[in-house]
Ligand binder design. Structure first.
Ligand SMILES: Cc1cc2nc3c(=O)[nH]c(=O)nc-3n(C[C@H](O)[C@H](O)[C@H](O)COP(=O)(O)OP(=O)(O)OC[C@H]3O[C@@H](n4cnc5c(N)ncnc54)[C@H](O)[C@@H]3O)c2cc1C
Length: 268
């Protein structure tokens, strides 16, 4: 199939709204153009483009080697980062699972107020490919923003895989009933707010350290990712090619204000 250049943006419409749990809402997004979407794997990063207040259709960027170019720089959309939870080439849809954290964030507000037919933009996928390397043993750790990626990545894991999945979710009802784990993977859950992070980190620090042929995948609020990355790198001496540890958001900061600090953290 003649797929588009990987650097492209698409206007899509809300096609289905599915409340997965008290705090997670899936928007199934449709456009005929998605038949040629350069899908890599579920769990990949994506940018979404939301119309500024008072408008219904966001401007889409052109891509340069250095990021986005805007035909109307004074009328940029709101840009946020999300995860491809599912892609269906036949149905021309992409699903994104949004955490409903209130209307202080434009993306959360968009998801909470979404109506069928609402328009937004999405980019082609980015981020590391593959995001998960084949390993003897895995550690997945994250909060509810990382759940869409963790579920996606677990779906593709070898049935004989072993390891641990450690989740911090707002409520027990946010644990997907459909989460299916290979027999060798243990699930550990913490419910509540970010005050649970020290207990979660303490639990992970009791695990047998991962070795060079293992892989750790960690994402979520910055205060969860930082100590876990420290544990992986310093105490467990896990090489950087054997882990992904990315802060997906930071409490009290929006995506624009946290952008630079996140990149500095990742590049360290
Ligand atoms: C690679 C990557 C993949 C991601 N995938 C997903 C995904 O699939 N689903 C998803 O829901 N999120 C995902 N996120 C996180 C998401 O990008 C952020 O939560 C983002 O800040 C949400 O934008 P917003 O407009 O709702 O809030 P913003 O305008 O960015 O923030 C407004 C306020 O809300 C707070 N806030 C932001 N996110 C949360 C939250 N989750 N809980 C409580 N308070 C919050 C901020 O600290 C700030 O005070 C991902 C992030 C990255 C980097």
């Amino acid at each position: 199939m003649n797929k588009r250049s990987p650097h492209h943006a698409y206007l899509v419409r809300v096609h289905k709204i599915i409340d997965l749990s008290p705090n997670l809402r899936r928007l199934v997004l449709h456009s005929a153009e998605l038949a040629e979407y350069p899908h890599q794997f579920n769990g990949a990063h994506i940018k979404i483009f939301l119309a500024p207040p008072g408008q219904t259709t966001p401007q889409l960027p052109q891509f340069s080697g250095h990021g986005f170019n805007w035909a109307e720089p004074d009328n940029k959309p709101i840009v946020r980062t999300y995860t491809i939870r599912d892609y269906d080439a036949k149905a021309c849809t992409i699903s994104i699972d949004f955490v409903k954290h209130g209307d202080s964030g434009p993306a959360s507000a968009f998801a909470e107020q979404a109506q069928l037919g609402d328009v937004l933009g999405i980019s082609s996928p980015g981020g590391p490919n593959p995001m998960l390397k084949t390993a003897a043993r895995y550690l997945f750790a994250g909060d509810i923003t990382a759940l869409p990626a963790i579920e996606s990545l677990l779906a593709g894991i070898q049935p004989y895989a072993s390891g641990d999945v450690v989740l911090l979710l707002p409520q027990a009802e946010d644990l997907p009933a459909t989460l299916s784990l290979p027999a060798g993977i243990r699930l550990h859950t913490f419910y509540g707010d970010l005050s649970q992070i020290p207990a979660l980190v303490k639990l992970v620090s009791t695990f047998t350290p991962l070795a060079c042929d293992d892989f750790a995948w960690v994402a979520g609020e910055a205060a969860l990712v930082k100590p876990l990355r420290e544990l992986l790198r310093t105490q467990w001496q896990l090489p950087s090619q054997r882990h992904y540890a990315v802060p997906y958001w930071r409490q009290g900061e929006n995506e624009e204000s946290y952008h630079e600090a996140r990149h500095k953290f990742i590049e360290k």
